[in-house]
Design a protein around this ligand. Sequence first.
Ligand code: ADP
Ligand code: ADP
Length: 228
Amino acid sequence: MIESINLQKSFGNTQVFKDINLKIEEGDIYGLVGRSGAGKSTFLRCINGLEKYDSGSLMIDGIEVRDYYNKGIREFRKNIGMIFQHFSLMNRKTVYENIALPMECWKYNKKDIDKRVKELLELVGLEEKMNDKPKILSGGQKQRVAIARALALNPKILLCDEATSALDPKTTSSILKLLRDINEKLGITIVVVTHQMSVIREICTKVGILEHGELLTKGDVEDIFLQQ
Ligand code: ADP
Ligand code: ADP
């Protein structure tokens, strides 16, 4: 579903990563782990075209991401949801309005939006919070809103950039459980970027370890952790 071959990226003279070769299959929960500055986030952003790669190949469903740069990037991104460490919610809007936002941008009609927002609120367990502003929610609740928003357009892929790094261990577990449910129930392929090995152990099926812009090891989580 996602395949990178000799993927390279630099910012000016600084090389962020080189020769990244990995394959993420449909239905995987793929973890990319490594220290801060290793290039994880940049790699993730290349997947949805937020960042452009310099050379090599990055294919999603057999199509080169670069081919979308000049046309159809908006349509392409519809298939890829993303969540972040600090949630990136709109503070002036309610929970309901935050989740509805992507559908409003795509001019869905009000009835369809309402139906979908309510399904998503149920999925993330926040029906009672729909009229609240994000400010009064806990970190875990905010991330649940962000997850619902990321799923609004029915993406095939969900990218998680340090999505639990601002949360305490108990809340982290509850968010990871939700991500696992989403993977199982909706069949969404999930890519998790984190500096926390514990997150990888808890939900990932496959893992790649990134260091100084190079993929050190990759494989099944069970195999990799047996070696250590
Ligand atoms: P990670 O997610 O593993 O912490 P990042 O992908 O965020 O790593 O960053 C990798 C490297 O690229 C770092 O050295 C960072 O400073 C640099 N970098 C990231 N984004 C930019 C940018 N927009 N401009 C210049 N350098 C950047
Ligand atoms: P926090 O512990 O920071 O409040 P959680 O992520 O644990 O955040 O929970 C956020 C909200 O989601 C809470 O209101 C809780 O009632 C609800 N919730 C937690 N776990 C589930 C679940 N498995 N299914 C449905 N709702 C849940």
